[in-house]
Design a protein around this ligand. Structure first.
Ligand code: GLP
Length: 234
């Protein structure tokens, strides 16, 4: 496959690299970003916030949201995006799935948003089990936005953000693999030793629904930016 892989010294330098690629894409006319949450893109959002780059012409479409959490809930992905980026940098329009909406309606609404705003640049993290967005192992490569059940290992990884493990939502609305694959360019970042195996499987392993991120081997324009720990098994 022809993924571009950059192994950087640390998260900061990796995020700086991602920011430079982002600016390049903006110069090339990109005006719809697919955005992700989690600890992985935090430095990128900080660098975007501190920069003098104007994002007021950019529309953003986020990957996922926990079912049952309101936008004002501090654990929600809405809240995360407001806190780390949108409250500090004006965007033209920002979309995040609505965790309080009904499943069928919300899936249709969000799929239309994606169809109306084709993603030029998708930012991705990766789960330790190879998930992208909340597309867990076994998710169909043909999937679009829908309600998904989180697997035990994801609940385990994400419980650090909640007071009690029981508080971690069991379901999420997630953009599907098919929609992620439709974006023109993808930047996937991963940091830390706990991501090393997922990164190896994604880049060097077989393309299988057991490792959702492995489908990215079939995308024509993927850049993977990792720190030395996450790249240690390559
Ligand atoms: C979460 C999110 C993903 C994210 C991944 C890794 O559950 N749904 O979009 O990429 O898991 O999270 P982190 O960046 O905190 O390691």
């Amino acid at each position: 496959n022809d993924m571009n892989v950059f192994v950087m010294k640390n998260k900061r330098e990796a995020s700086q690299k991602a920011f430079e690629l982002m600016k390049q894409e903006m110069e090339n006319g990109a005006d719809v970003f697919g955005l992700a949450t989690g600890s992985t893109p935090e430095d990128l959002y900080e660098i975007m916030t501190a920069s003098d780059t104007d994002f007021s012409g950019i529309t953003s479409v986020n990957l996922d949201e926990y079912v049952g959490l309101s936008p004002e809930d501090p654990q929600s992905y809405h809240y995360f995006m407001e806190k780390h980026l949108f409250s500090k940098k004006p965007f033209k329009e920002t979309y995040v799935p609505n965790g309080l909406a009904e499943e069928t309606e919300e899936s249709a609404r969000y799929n239309k948003i994606i169809a109306d705003n084709p993603i030029d640049l998708q930012i991705l993290g990766i789960g330790t089990n190879g998930h992208i967005g909340f597309n867990e192992p076994g998710a169909s490569f043909d999937s679009e936005t829908r309600k998904v059940a989180l697997v035990e290992s994801t609940i385990e990884s994400n419980k650090v953000y909640f007071e009690h493990e029981e508080d971690v939502p069991r379901y999420a609305y997630s953009m599907g693999i098919k929609s992620i694959m439709a974006s023109k360019k993808i930047i996937l970042m991963a940091f830390g030793e706990h991501k090393a195996e997922a990164i190896k499987n994604m880049i060097e392993g077989p393309i299988t629904e057991d490792v959702p991120a492995s489908i990215l081997q079939r995308h024509p324009n993927v850049t993977v930016i990792v720190d030395e720990e996450a790249g240690s098994l390559l």
